[in-house]
Design a protein around this ligand. Structure first.
Ligand code: ADP
Ligand code: ADP
Ligand code: MG
Length: 653
C-alpha cells in the first residue's frame, strides 16, 4: 500500500478520499487554489500545496504543477477524484512518466472511452448493444441532418467529448435541427474545447441505469450491481438510487454481463461506470437497453453502491492501484437494502436551475438518521464557506440507506427537509418535493419525470405569518442574545420606562414588510406585522422549537419552516432609495457569466417570457427571458463578460 498520496481535486470528493486514506493509514496531500486556501479539504489533509489562481485553468487543471507538488511532498500516487483531470489521458501519461501511480485506469483505457463516438464504435465491436444513431466522423450539417432523418425524430445531439449533461440538445422536428446543432456545438466548444457531435435516437420513456464495474491489473473485472439515475434535470442527475426500482433478474443479468464485457474489452483497471439508457415504455425488458458511455473514474453517486454493497470503493481504488487484486470475487459481492443520494446544489430550481453563489452563513445537516436507517452526508464545505463562481456549486450529497426503497426514500425526504442552508439559494425544497412525489415514490421513473412536474416541484409557497413574525423579531437582533433571560438587555435602545415598542422593516421577495414589536412584561414579545395577525414569541423562538429555525446573517434573516427556507432582507433605507432610482424596469445578471447570444435590440417591443439573451454561466447556457412586457432601451452586447448584478436589459419607462 502507498504511504502517501496526493488528491488532485477539491470539495466533497477530496474530503471523501482523504477520509478513507486516513482510515487505511495512508498520508494525504491536498492541493488548493487561491479561493480554496481555507477550504475543508485543505484542513483535513496532512499536508497541502498551493497550486495557483482560482480559475480551474490556473490550478486544478494544471497537471504539471500538481505532479510537481506530488514529487515535492513525496507522494507516491495521485487520486484524481471526478471532473478536472480524472479523465485526461495526457495527464495519466505525465503522472506515469514522473514515476508516480495514477489511481485510476490506464491512459489507453481512458482514450478508448473518452469520446462517446469512438467508445460506441468500440462497444459495437465488443458485442455490447449501443444506442442507435450516427457516431461516424462526418460533421457537415447536411450529413448530420440527413442522418437524423434516417434515425427518425426525436433525436438527441450530443457532444462527443461531453460530460455533465453539457453540449446536449433534444430535437423533435427537422426544422429545429440547425439551431439545436449550433447550440450544442457552442456549449461543447466552451466546456470541452471540442465541438464535434454525434446524433442518437431519443429513446422513448428513457431510464438511466448504470453499472458500477471494477477491474484490476490481473485481468479481473467484477460489477457491483446497478444504480438508477433517471431523476434528472437538463440531463443532469438529481437523485440517484441503488438498486434500480423494478429491476428484474433477467435485465440485471444482461446489463451486468454487458458491463463486465465492456470493462474487459479495454483491460479496465480501477473503478468505472458503464452508463446505459433503457427504454421503459413497456416495462423493463432485457433487449431494451443500450450503452451510452463509460465514465472512467469514481462517479459522483458512488456512495449509493457503497451503502448497498458494504464496499468502500475508494479503498478498492487504492488497493488495486497499489498492485493488489480486486478484494472480493463476484459471488462474494452482495446487495442489501436500498440507498438514495440527493445532490444539494446552490441553484435556483424555479429559474431553470440557474447556478447560484453565496456565503453559507448558516449550514446545518441532520445529526441522526431516521429510525432503522443510515444517513451519510458527503460535503466539502462548512458554515461560513463560500460557493464561488469558479467551481461546481454542489453543497453536499445527502445519502440514506434503509431495508427497503420506501423506508430509504422516507429517510431521504426527512434528511433533506431537516437540512438548513442560508446565504445562497438552494434546491433543498425541490429535492424534498421530489423525494415526496408520488410518481417518484411509485418507482415508475423516467428521465422526463422532473420536466413534466417542474411546476409542481418548484412551487414556492409564501412564508406563514408566524415565519414573518419570527423574521421580524430576529431582524431587531432580539434572538442574537437569546441566551440572556432579560428581554430588555437584548434589544438595544430599550429601557424599562420607555414605550416598549419597535418597528422592524424587512422585505420578502421584493415586497416590504413592516412589523411592530412590543416587549411584554413576561419576557416575551408581541410581534404584529402590519395587516397581519399578532404572535407572542419568546426570544428563543425559532431555535428549533415549534418546527422553525431562524438564522440571521448580514442584512438578512432566514427562517426554516417545514423544509422550506424563507430569506428576508432587512431593509436598508439607502439601498431602497438606490433601487427606486434604478427603476424596476431593468434585468440584472443573476450570476457572473458571458453574454453568448443577444436576441433583441434597442427599440424592440418584447413580451413577457420572450427570450432576450443567452448567458453562459458554469459552462452551461441559460436563456434570460423578459420579466415583463416593454420596449428595450438598452441591452448587453454579445461577448460581454458580466458580473453578478450587472444590468443586462433596461426597459423604457
Ligand atoms: P456523474 O455521472 O458522476 O454525475 P457527470 O458527467 O455529471 O458524472 O460529471 C461529474 C463531474 O465531473 C461534474 O462535476 C462534471 O461537471 C464534471 N465533468 C464531467 N465531465 C467532464 C469533462 N469532460 N470535463 C470537465 N469536467 C467534467
Ligand atoms: P454526459 O456525458 O453528459 O453524462 P450521457 O451520454 O451520459 O452524457 O447522457 C446524459 C443523459 O442524457 C442521460 O443520463 C440520459 O438521461 C440522457 N440521454 C442520453 N442519451 C439519450 C438517448 N439516446 N435518449 C434519451 N435520453 C438520453
Ligand atoms: Mg453520462
Amino acid at each position: 500500500m502507498f504511504s502517501k498520496i496526493l488528491i488532485a481535486n477539491r470539495g466533497e470528493i477530496a474530503c471523501r478520499v482523504i477520509r478513507t486514506a486516513r482510515r487505511m493509514g495512508v498520508k494525504t496531500v491536498a492541493v488548493y487554489s487561491d479561493a480554496d486556501a481555507r477550504a475543508l479539504h485543505v484542513a483535513m489533509a496532512d499536508e497541502a500545496v498551493h497550486i495557483g489562481g482560482s480559475p480551474v485553468a490556473e490550478s486544478y487543471l494544471r497537471g504539471d504543477v500538481i505532479i510537481a507538488a506530488a514529487k515535492a511532498t513525496g507522494a507516491e500516487a495521485i487520486h484524481p477524484g471526478y471532473g478536472f483531470l480524472s479523465e485526461n489521458p495526457g495527464f495519466v501519461d505525465q503522472v506515469t512518466q514522473a514515476g508516480l501511480v495514477f489511481i485510476g485506469p490506464s491512459a489507453d483505457s481512458i482514450r478508448a472511452m473518452g469520446l462517446k463516438d469512438a467508445a460506441k464504435r468500440l462497444m459495437e465491436k465488443a458485442g455490447v448493444p449501443v444506442v442507435p444513431g450516427y457516431h461516424g466522423e462526418a460533421q457537415e450539417i447536411v450529413i448530420l441532418a440527413s442522418k437524423a432523418r434516417e434515425i427518425g425524430y426525436p433525436v438527441l445531439i450530443k457532444a462527443r467529448a461531453g460530460g455533465g449533461g453539457k453540449g446536449m440538445r433534444r430535437v423533435d422536428h427537422p426544422d429545429d435541427f440547425a439551431d439545436a446543432l449550433s447550440g450544442a456545438r457552442r456549449e461543447a466548444k466552451a466546456a470541452f474545447g471540442d465541438d464535434r457531435v454525434l446524433v442518437e435516437k431519443y429513446v422513448d420513456k428513457p431510464r438511466h441505469i448504470e453499472v458500477q464495474v471494477f477491474g484490476d491489473n490481473f485481468g479481473n473485472a467484477v460489477h457491483l450491481f446497478e444504480r438508477d439515475c433517471s431523476a434528472q434535470r437538463r440531463h443532469q442527475k438529481v437523485i440517484e438510487e441503488a438498486p434500480a426500482p423494478g429491476m428484474t433478474a433477467e435485465l440485471r443479468a444482461a446489463m451486468t454481463d454487458a458491463a463486465v464485457k465492456a470493462a474487459k474489452a479495454i483491460q479496465y483497471s480501477g473503478a468505472g461506470t458503464i452508463e446505459f439508457i433503457v427504454d421503459a415504455s413497456d416495462g423493463l425488458k432485457p433487449d431494451r437497453f443500450w450503452f451510452m458511455e463509460m465514465n472512467t473514474r469514481l462517479q459522483v453517486e458512488h456512495p449509493v453502491t457503497e451503502m448497498i454493497s458494504g464496499v468502500d470503493l475508494v479503498e478498492w481504488q487504492l488497493r488495486v492501484a497499489s498492485g493488489e487484486p480486486i478484494p472480493l470475487a463476484q459471488e462474494d459481492i452482495t446487495l442489501s437494502g436500498h440507498a438514495f443520494e440527493a445532490r444539494l446544489y446552490a441553484e435556483d430550481p424555479a429559474k431553470g436551475f440557474l447556478p447560484a453563489i453565496g456565503t453559507l452563513h448558516h449550514l446545518s445537516f441532520p445529526g441522526e438518521a431516521a429510525a432503522g436507517t443510515e444517513l451519510r452526508i458527503e460535503t466539502g464545505v462548512r458554515q461560513g464557506d463560500a460557493i464561488s463562481p469558479f467551481y461546481d456549486p454542489m453543497i453536499a450529497k445527502v445519502v440514506t440507506h434503509g431495508p427497503d426503497r420506501t423506508t430509504a426514500l422516507a429517510a431521504l425526504a426527512d434528511a433533506v427537509t431537516r437540512t438548513e442552508v442560508a446565504g445562497s439559494t438552494t434546491n433543498a425544497a425541490f429535492l424534498a418535493a421530489l423525494a415526496r412525489d408520488p410518481d417518484f415514490a411509485s418507482g415508475d421513473v423516467d428521465t422526463g419525470l422532473i420536466g413534466r412536474k417542474q411546476d409542481e416541484l418548484t412551487v414556492t409557497a409564501p412564508p406563514s405569518s408566524r415565519a414573518v413574525a419570527l423574521a421580524a423579531l430576529a431582524a431587531t437582533g432580539a434572538m442574537a442574545s437569546a441566551a440572556s433571560d432579560d428581554p430588555w438587555s437584548s434589544l438595544t435602545g430599550y429601557a424599562h420606562f420607555n414605550p416598549l415598542a419597535r418597528r422592524a422593516t424587512l422585505s420578502f421577495g421584493g415586497t416590504g414588510i413592516v412589523a411592530h414589536i412590543t416587549a411584554r412584561p413576561d419576557g416575551r414579545f408581541q410581534v404584529r406585522p402590519e395587516g397581519g395577525e399578532a404572535f407572542v414569541l419568546s426570544a428563543g423562538a425559532g431555535a428549533g422549537d415549534a418546527g422553525a429555525t431562524v438564522a440571521a446573517w448580514p442584512g438578512h434573516v432566514t427562517v426554516f419552516e417545514a423544509g422550506r427556507s424563507f430569506d428576508f432582507a432587512i431593509s436598508d433605507p439607502f439601498a431602497r432609495a438606490a433601487e427606486i432610482g434604478e427603476g424596476t424596469s431593468s434585468m440584472r445578471a443573476p450570476m457572473p457569466g458571458l453574454v453568448k447570444l443577444v436576441r433583441a435590440t434597442k427599440g424592440d417591443k418584447v413580451a413577457k417570457g420572450q427570450p432576450l439573451l443567452v448567458l453562459e454561466a458554469m459552462k452551461m447556457e441559460h436563456t434570460i427571458t423578459a420579466t415583463h412586457d416593454g420596449v428595450i432601451s438598452e441591452i448587453a452586447a454579445e461577448g460581454a463578460q458580466v458580473t453578478d448584478g450587472t444590468v443586462l436589459v433596461r426597459f423604457e419607462e
